[in-house]
Design a protein around this ligand. Structure first.
Ligand SMILES: Cc1cc2nc3c(=O)[nH]c(=O)nc-3n(C[C@H](O)[C@H](O)[C@H](O)COP(=O)(O)O)c2cc1C
Length: 368
């Protein structure tokens, strides 16, 4: 069906106006981790999506990691987000918030000199941007004590409660791309001997406790999870027990009413793709919604929906430069290219100044 992407979807208590999701995208314009006014304009411009998943947002001050990503750990941030969700709802949109703790992928200079923490004291290779150095190496993270790890589980739950109080329709836990929950999952970043380390069950505990805590607090129908199995992002390459680990997580989650699993394929960024057989396996093993993301076009997204392998498809970069992406799909209008130079910098420029489609002048004249 040509317009399957544009058909509404109702699942349990959630209704989506179409099956087009705006993927979470960090735009790093939240100075001091405070959501800004231009972010409200940006998200409202994109309210035609069936679901917006707002950019990764830190659950605690020591999980900000990058320069200028927003937070949801204090009252001022909550109030600022409330204005933004109000603007999206006023345009008929639906918006979840992606909750992140960056763990070892960060720098104290980006988070008020709070030390960078991780499952273990094992740093990532590579560099990141700070206010002082163009590129600073990732520091050796402080290995969280069991009590501190428990505290960060609680911080995720509190952040989810704040998100709901700020008007979000739900939250997505960022369990992908090598951030803290994945640092617990992965043996290369987790050599712990407490309840959070060792066996698959123990390495999965942090992520599952975060999810269970959030589902208890705000309801499973408002909780989603992003995963990036078989991807090597942020210095966490594929590992031997990976399939068994993800199978265990999905097995645990199928016992819950978690709204969705959102798979992030990073192969357009040079990482290994998520194999097709795994998409089929997930569909068989997980009974609730599945969102797929990573390099989709209208045609490939429609094919995935038709094949029954996904319920919703997330688009990232196309939404940056096409605020009216669903309308462009509906009418077959051309897509504008996104300028990578303003992905993470540029204030309003590259954020809110991409126009909606307008027909070329000649056509307007011809139409009379
Ligand atoms: C500028 C930018 C920022 C991103 N930030 C996030 C993020 O905050 N959280 C996340 O899970 N993925 C993030 N991603 C990945 C996207 O959600 C998406 O998976 C990726 O862009 C692939 O989809 P696409 O090919 O449709 O762009 C980001 C991607 C881009 C381009």
């Amino acid at each position: 069906m040509k317009h399957l992407l544009l058909t509404p979807l109702t699942y349990k208590q959630q209704t989506f106006n179409n099956r087009i999701v705006m993927a979470p995208m960090s735009r790093r314009r939240a100075e001091g981790a405070m959501p800004q006014e231009n972010m409200g304009i940006y998200y409202a411009q994109r309210a035609g999506a069936g679901l917006i998943i707002a950019e990764n947002t830190a659950v605690s001050p020591n999980g900000v990691g990058y320069l200028n990503i927003p937070g949801i750990f204090n009252d001022a941030q909550q109030a600022a987000w409330k204005k933004i969700t109000g603007q999206v709802h006023a345009r008929g949109g639906k918006i979840f918030l992606q909750l992140v703790h960056t763990g070892r992928i960060g720098h104290p200079a980006n988070q008020w000199q709070q030390p960078v923490v991780g499952a273990s004291a094992l740093p990532a290779a590579g560099v990141l941007r700070t206010p002082y150095d163009a590129q600073a190496p990732f520091p050796v993270p402080h290995a969280l004590t069991t009590q501190e790890a428990d505290g960060l589980v609680a911080a995720h739950v509190q952040a989810a409660e704040r998100a709901i109080a700020a008007g979000f329709d739900g939250v997505e836990v960022h369990g992908a791309h090598g951030f803290l929950p994945m640092q617990f999952l992965h043996p290369l970043t987790n050599n712990r001997t407490d309840k959070y380390g060792g066996s698959i069950e123990n390495r999965s505990r942090f992520l599952l406790d975060v999810l269970k805590g959030i589902m208890d607090a705000i309801g499973p129908e408002r909780t989603g999870l992003r995963l990036s199995p078989f991807s090597g992002l942020n210095d966490l390459p594929p590992f031997p027990e990976e399939l068994a680990t993800y199978r265990y997580i999905v097995e645990e989650l199928r016992k819950t009413s978690l709204l969705y699993i959102h798979l992030s394929d990073q192969s357009t960024n040079g990482e290994p793709p998520i194999p097709h057989w795994y998409l089929q396996e997930l569909r068989e093993r997980f009974p609730n919604l599945i969102i797929l993301a990573g390099g989709y076009t209208q045609a490939t997204a429609t094919a995935m929906l038709e094949a029954g392998l996904a319920d919703l498809i997330a688009f990232g970069r196309p939404f940056i430069s096409n605020p009216d992406l669903p309308e462009r799909f509906r009418h077959g209008w051309p897509l504008a290219p996104a300028d990578e130079a303003t992905f993470y910098h540029g204030g309003d420029h590259g954020l809110i100044d991409y126009p909606s489609y307008s027909r070329p002048r000649e056509c307007a004249h011809a139409a009379g």
